[in-house]
Design a protein around this ligand. Sequence first.
Ligand code: CP
Ligand code: NVA
Length: 303
Amino acid sequence: MQRHLATLADWESQEIWETLELAAHLKRELRGGISHQQVMCGKTLAMVFQKPSLRTRVSFEVGMNQLGGQALYLGPDEIKLGQRETTEDIAIVLSGYVDGIMARVFGHDVIEELAKYATVPVINGLSDLYHPCQALGDMLTIWERKRVLEGLKLTFLGDGNNVAHSLIMACAKLGLSFRIACPEGHEPNEQVMAQARALGGTVDVLHDPREAARGADILYTDVWASMGQEAEASQRAHAFQGFTLDKALIHEAAQGCMVLHCLPAHYDEEITYEASRDPASAIFEQAENRLHAQKGVLARLMG
Ligand code: CP
Ligand code: NVA
C-alpha cells in the first residue's frame, strides 16, 4: 500500500524514530560536505499551496535539490485546488508526472482525498487539523538539545490548533507528556486528544499558563489566529490575553527549559521578542530543522 504522511497518527513510533535518525544523519553528512545527490536523482516533488509559506516552501524545495531531485511550486493561483477541477482528478494527474506530492491546504479532508487517489506519496505540509512536518522538525530540535525525548514535559501555550494537534501525536508516539494552557473554548480537538490517550499518551488541558509552565522542559507557542482565521484576529487577541510566552513563564519552567515557536511569530502577542531571543529559545534551530526532518521524510517515502 502507498505510504503517505497525512498525520503522525498513521506512523508507528519506530518509523518516526528511524526518520529522525535519518534526518540527523543527513544533517551531519551535509555539514561534513558529503553529497546526497543520488538519493532523489531524477525525481520531482509537486508542492501544492492553498496558503502562504516561508519555511515549508523553501525547506522542501531546498531539501529536494540537496537530495538531487527537483521541486515544482504550484501556488494558490495555479491549479486552484478545489475550484478548477476535482481533488481526485488533480491527484491522479499529478501522480502521472511526479514522484511525490506535498500539499498545504485548508481542510484536512483535501489531504485525505489526495492520499486516497494519488499513486505517489502525499505529504501534509499543513492542514487546518495537522502540521506533521513541523512536529518532526520540533522533535529533532528537542532531541538535539536534550539528547532524550522520553519522559520530557512539553507545555503548549495558546490555541489548540494544527500545530498543537501534531505535537500531541508526536508526544504520544515518542513518550513525552503534553500539556496545554488555553482560554476556554480553544482546547485541542477532542478526537485528536482521545486518539493520543488511546496510544498511552498524556494530554492535560489547563487554563492557567503559569500552572502549565511550572516544571516544563519545553515551552511552545504558535499564533493566536492561524491562516484562514484572519477575520477573528482581534476577537482572538482579546481571548488570549495573559497567554503570552514571556520571561516570567520561562522562570516558572524547569531548569534548562527550551522555548519553541513554529514561526511566523507575532511578537508581543503569543511570545515576547525578549523570550524569543532568550538563551532558552531554539526557534531558529527549529526552523532550520524543518529542512533536515523533511529530507528524512522525503528519503523514506520517495528515495
Ligand atoms: N512553520 C511553518 O510552517 O512556516 P511557514 O508557514 O512559513 O511554512
Ligand atoms: N497555526 C499556524 C501555523 C503556521 C505555521 C497556521 O495554521 O497558520
